[in-house]
Design a protein around this ligand. Structure first.
Ligand code: NAP
Length: 307
């Protein structure tokens, strides 16, 4: 199949490109962080989106592209809306014009975090600006005139060039000997990015449509997850300080009892979803092999979690 990945320079997008390239014809875009073989594209520029999608006429358009920092979204709702809603709407309109299937990446932040982990059939009730905008896009996709997959995921970790996912941010800070405060009351289901992308590939190749929760099987709070990260990478667990979300002073409301149930996807694909220990061990092997991912060349850039 001919595939276009909008946001192939990001964490999930880069693993999508790696996973899909072996058996599909893949074009990927970047926005502000150039990577070899990717094409620059701003999805908020309607004409550019129309031109690229029109010329390429892909069978599938994957949209991991976003401004996913929930704290920045909370402080700049207009910018969040411009990138995360209007930008994606541009891509959806262009997809409809060429009748491409759309694969959109969403989040457990569309839930309120009262009764997680959540199933696909549970009622969304987002509390943060980021969550509200992601849910608005989901609702638009449900009305789309093309086949679609909405992939909801959460707490995604991996070796990553930009070094801004929660686990990479933690590793980089612990390596410098910094103490790191993490919330003990934010519960979720951490997800290993390459594993997520293998499952997404299988869903596409099986011709599946609709909403799927794709996440790791282990339910744990951020403090427990952080201890597992430190243990796997041989870093100081004593530097990790458990605090409440209130003490942390994050601006955007978090779904405290979050996380995603994965019964639906597990019943339909053969790729098993990796637990935290297995995923972190694999991430360590990747970092040992390609250590540049740990040296954050964008060290001044915020992490996606604002830690
Ligand atoms: N990471 C998580 O824990 C998590 C959890 C749940 C859901 N998600 C969702 O999964 C998706 C991918 O997350 P991620 O962790 O891979 O994020 P990421 O690493 O920050 O990647 C975001 C991508 O979007 C691109 N982008 C930003 N602004 C753009 C614009 N105006 N036009 C076109 N592309 C633009 C970035 O390009 P440059 O890098 O070149 O600037 C980058 O390739 C997001 O939709 C997010 O909401 C993520």
């Amino acid at each position: 199949m001919k595939m276009l990945i909008i946001g192939a320079s990001g964490q999930i997008g880069s693993y999508l490109a790696e996973t899909l390239r072996s058996s599909h014809c893949v074009t990927g875009t970047f926005y502000a962080h150039p990577r070899q073989a990717l094409v620059q594209m701003d999805m908020t520029a309607r004409k550019l989106v129309d031109k690229m999608v029109g010329q390429l006429a892909p069978d599938v358009i994957l949209i991991p592209a976003a401004m996913p920092n929930v704290e920045v979204c909370q402080q700049s709702p207009d910018l969040c809306c411009k990138v995360n809603a209007k930008g994606v709407f541009n891509v959806l309109d262009a997809a409809e014009a060429v009748q491409a299937k759309v694969v959109y990446f969403s989040t457990d932040y569309i839930f309120d975090g009262i009764n997680g982990p959540y199933r696909e059939t549970d009622r969304p009730n987002p509390k943060s600006v980021y969550g509200k905008v992601k849910y608005k896009v989901e609702q638009r996709i449900l009305q789309a005139q093309v086949p679609f997959l909405i992939i909801r995921t959460t707490v995604v970790y991996s070796r990553e060039n930009q070094g801004k996912n929660f686990a990479m941010g933690l590793i980089n800070r612990l390596k410098k000997g910094e103490a790191v405060k993490v919330p003990y009351d934010q519960v979720g289901t951490p997800t290993y990015a390459p594993n997520l992308c293998q499952v997404v590939r299988e869903l596409i190749e099986l011709g599946k449509e609709g909403i799927y929760h794709v996440a790791g099987p282990d339910l744990m709070d951020r403090y427990e997850f952080s201890l597992e990260v430190a243990k796997t990478f041989g870093l100081g667990q004593n530097l990790i300080i458990p605090v409440s979300t209130v003490e942390l002073g994050q601006k955007a409301p978090r779904p405290l009892n979050g996380g995603l149930r994965i019964d639906r996807v597990q019943a339909q694909v053969s790729t098993p979803l990796m637990g935290v220990r297995e995923g972190l061990a694999e991430m360590k092997r990747q970092l040992d092999r390609h250590p540049f991912g740990c040296v954050s060349f964008r060290s001044k850039r915020r992490t996606n979690d604002g830690i």
